[in-house]
Design a protein around this ligand. Structure first.
Ligand code: OOG
Ligand code: MG
Length: 275
C-alpha cells in the first residue's frame, strides 16, 4: 500500500473534514471523489487534521481503537479496525449535558478505557505489553459522529474522519488492571431507562488489551508511539445507538461503575445536570 494523493490533496481533504466537524454538517464520503485512495492516504489526512487542530490549540490527550467488535463491524460494514486521536476539547464530564446541535448525527458506545504510564510502540506490541503499561482502567461512553452522510462510509473515509471521534466521557471508578479480569466485564447500555444493548468486554477482539495492542501496531506503521499518560478507548463492546435531544444515557459496567450523560439542543454544553 502507498500514498496515491498529492500533498495538496491531503491538505485539502483534511480541511474538508475539519470544516464538516467544526460546523457539524454532513459531507459525502471521500472515496466518492477519490475511489483509488488507500488507507495510508487516509492516515495522512488524519495526521494533517491533527496538526491543524493542534495549531488551533487543541491538545491530543489520547487515542482510540474503533471497529474492534463484531457488533460494530457488522453495523458499519467495515471489518478492519481503525485508529483515531482524542483531544482535550472532546472530553466532557460525567453527568454533563452534551449539545446535540454541535454534532451531525451522534451515536453512543460503551467502552473500556485505560490510561497508560509508559510509552508503547513497535510492530510487536502485545496485549501483555499493554497491560504492563496500564496505570488504571475506567468505564467510558464514546459519542461518535461520522461526518459522512447517512453515517455510511468505508475504511478509507472513516479513518480520514478521525474514526468518527467527537466526544467522550469517563466515569465510574478506576481499577488497576491486575484487580479485575478485563475480558469479562459485563456492560448494560440504557437510553431513557430502557436497556438497548448488553455485552461483555471480550467482544472487543477477545480482550480490550488486544485491541489496544493492535492500535499501537497501527500507530507504529504511521510512525507514531502511544505516549505515556495517554487515555485510550479500546472500542465499542456493542453496536452504537443514535441519540437525540432530551435523551438520558447510562452505561452500567460490572464492577467499574456507571457513566451517565444527557443530550440537549439548548447549547448548554458542559453544564452539570441540575437534577
Ligand atoms: C467508526 C468508529 C468506531 C468503535 O468504538 O467501534 C468506534 C464508526 O463506527 O463511526 O469508535
Ligand atoms: Mg468507539
Amino acid at each position: 500500500m502507498s500514498l496515491t494523493l498529492t500533498r495538496e490533496e491531503i491538505v485539502r481533504l483534511a480541511e474538508r473534514v475539519e470544516t464538516a466537524q467544526t460546523y457539524a454538517h454532513a459531507i459525502h464520503k471521500l472515496t466518492n471523489d477519490y475511489p483509488a485512495m488507500t488507507v495510508e492516504d487516509s492516515y495522512a489526512i488524519q495526521k494533517e487534521l491533527r496538526r491543524s487542530l493542534e495549531r488551533r490549540g487543541h491538545r491530543v490527550v489520547g487515542w482510540k481503537a474503533g471497529l474492534t467488535s463484531k457488533a460494530k463491524m457488522i453495523q458499519m460494514g467495515v471489518n478492519v479496525p481503525s485508529v483515531g486521536f482524542l483531544t482535550d476539547r472532546m472530553a466532557r464530564p460525567e453527568n454533563s449535558v452534551i449539545t446535540i446541535s454541535d454534532l451531525v448525527h451522534p451515536r453512543v458506545e460503551c467502552e473500556v478505557a485505560l490510561v497508560t504510564n509508559v510509552d508503547l510502540y513497535g510492530d510487536a506490541c502485545s496485549a501483555e505489553d499493554v497491560l504492563a503499561a496500564t496505570d488504571y482502567v475506567l468505564p467510558a461512553i464514546e459519542i461518535i459522529d461520522s461526518r459522512f452522510a447517512g453515517f455510511k462510509f468505508d475504511l478509507e473515509s472513516v479513518v480520514a474522519d478521525n474514526s468518527s471521534s467527537a466526544r467522550y466521557v469517563t466515569g465510574g471508578r478506576p481499577f488497576r488492571p491486575g484487580e479485575i479480569d478485563l475480558r469479562t466485564i459485563g456492560v448494560v447500555l440504557e437510553i431513557n431507562g430502557e436497556i438497548v444493548a448488553m455485552g461483555a468486554s471480550a467482544e472487543v477482539l477477545g480482550h480490550p488489551a488486544e485491541a489496544v495492542a493492535l492500535m499501537v501496531r497501527i500507530l507504529h506503521s504511521m510512525g507514531e508511539p502511544l505516549p505515556a499518560g495517554s487515555l485510550v478507548l479500546s472500542g465499542a463492546i456493542t453496536a452504537a445507538f443514535a441519540v437525540k435531544a432530551g435523551d438520558n444515557v447510562i452505561a452500567r459496567f460490572q464492577n467499574l461503575g456507571s457513566v451517565s450523560i444527557r443530550f440537549s439542543d439548548l447549547g448548554e454544553d458542559d453544564e452539570q445536570c441540575q437534577s
